[in-house]
Design a protein around this ligand. Structure first.
Ligand code: ADP
Length: 401
């Protein structure tokens, strides 16, 4: 069975999976794992395979050590990358800037190009490069493929991509809308036409990726025409801990009047805001329990979240003109029936109507949850970014063989 090794390397962690690229989105990966707290005294390697979980607590000095130790652990279980038929490694790379739209076969010049994009993703791209370099050394005989989180949005129309700030300053600093979660938006939107029995080249849709991070996109005939995240993943919808769109003047106000430093404001908006900032929790299961217990702040947080979501849905309906499908995905979108019902409540006059019974069914693969009368179909389609990366890497690898 040919597998793909999928690597998502962060600044102090490496997430990895060994995936059958022909699997379905809800299948468990063949092997999955996580190396945590790299560079700290208390490291941990977790590996899952065939329903078993193995945890090793030990210091992991570097990404290289982490991946080597993990491969040794997998070897001992008989599922090491060199013991399996691995046809490619797929690497998640957060920022492809205006350079990369498609998955790219990794070579030294490609790594250098990803390095030049570090100013756009100073926390993520260096960690992604670490993962790529370590994996290329350990597995030199397979193709390595970079898949970019921004790729699907690389060709947004200029009217959606440009910010109305001084053009020279914007250009010099590479300031524009790049969008993120592109692998998920593409994976989900590409499944929708078949599910609603439409020609992909004549399908206009909105995708709502609602996880801890959240973003939405408008997709016309397979191409993204707008998305809610921007230069950074802080923009757009209200998220678990991120503010989403706010008046940019708030930043000056907090700096000048609030006496906060830029780093403190960065931390506030990225980690202490969103649903957590308003209610104290970022997990929607906890939020629902608090709402059920009549917690005022939880109710407010939920309403701010829904209000912002409806603003984006409305503006994308106008941008698309006709909407064939609205699709919910990711942790909240796939599992939270309240969010789905409230996001599209009272839209029958626009041809959008959720069937409460279908909406109540538990998460079980791609499904339509709108009524038969709803001219815009409403769907839930589980996302699986690792599987999407594996499919892209396997496709590129088969082209070069
Ligand atoms: P990430 O953005 O970290 O990839 P996910 O897409 O996995 O996140 O989404 C995680 C979030 O999904 C959790 O923080 C939680 O709010 C939400 N979630 C997961 N399961 C459920 C559920 N059964 N009901 C409601 N919300 C859920």
């Amino acid at each position: 069975m040919p597998y793909v090794l999928v690597i998502n390397s962060g600044s102090s962690s490496i997430k990895f999976q060994i995936v059958d690229p022909t699997a379905s989105a809800s299948d468990e990966p063949f092997v999955s794992g996580l190396v945590e707290q790299i560079g700290e005294p208390s490291g941990r390697i977790t590996v899952k395979h065939a329903g078993q979980k193995y945890v090793v607590q030990k210091e992991v000095a570097t990404h290289a050590v982490g991946l080597e130790e993990t491969f040794a652990l997998l070897d001992a279980k008989g599922v090491g990358p060199t013991q399996l038929d691995i046809v490619a490694a797929g690497h998640r790379v957060v920022h492809g800037g205006m350079v990369f739209s498609q998955p790219e076969l990794i070579s030294d010049p490609v790594v250098e190009m990803i390095r030049t994009l570090i100013p756009l993703a100073p926390l993520h791209n260096p960690a992604n490069i670490d993962g790529i370099e370590v994996a290329r050394k350990l597995l030199p005989n397979i193709p390595h493929v970079a898949v970019f989180d921004t790729g699907f949005f690389r060709d947004l129309p200029p009217a959606a991509a440009l910010y109305a700030i001084n053009a020279e300053v914007a250009e010099k600093n590479l300031v524009r809308r790049y969008g993120f979660h592109g692998t998920s938006h593409e994976f989900v939107s590409s499944q929708v036409p078949a599910l609603i029995d439409r020609d992909p080249l004549h399908t206009r849709q909105i995708v709502l990726h609602l996880g801890n991070g959240a973003s939405c996109s408008a997709v016309e005939n397979g191409h993204a025409i707008d998305t809610s995240m921007g230069l950074t993943p802080l923009a757009g919808l209200v998220m678990g801990t991120r503010s989403g769109d706010i008046d940019p003047g708030i930043i000056f106000h907090l700096y000048r009047q609030g006496g906060m430093s830029i780093d403190e404001i960065d931390n506030l908006l990225n980690r202490q805001s969103g649903v957590k900032g308003l209610s104290g929790v970022n997990d929607f299961r906890e939020l629902r329990t608090m709402i059920d217990n009549e917690d005022e702040n939880a109710w407010l947080a939920y309403n701010v979240y829904i209000n912002q979501l409806r603003r984006f849905i409305g503006s994308y309906m106008i941008a698309l003109g006709r909407v064939d499908a609205i699709t919910f995905t990711a942790g909240v979108g796939e599992n939270d029936k309240h969010v789905r019902a409230d996001a599209l409540d009272n839209m029958r006059m626009y041809g959008i109507e959720i069937d409460p019974e279908k909406n109540d069914l538990p998460n079980d693969g791609p499904r339509i949850i709108s009524t038969d009368n709803s001219t815009t179909k409403v769907l839930v389609v589980p996302t699986n970014e690792e599987l999407a990366i594996a499919q892209k890497a396997a496709r590129l690898a088969s082209q070069i063989r």
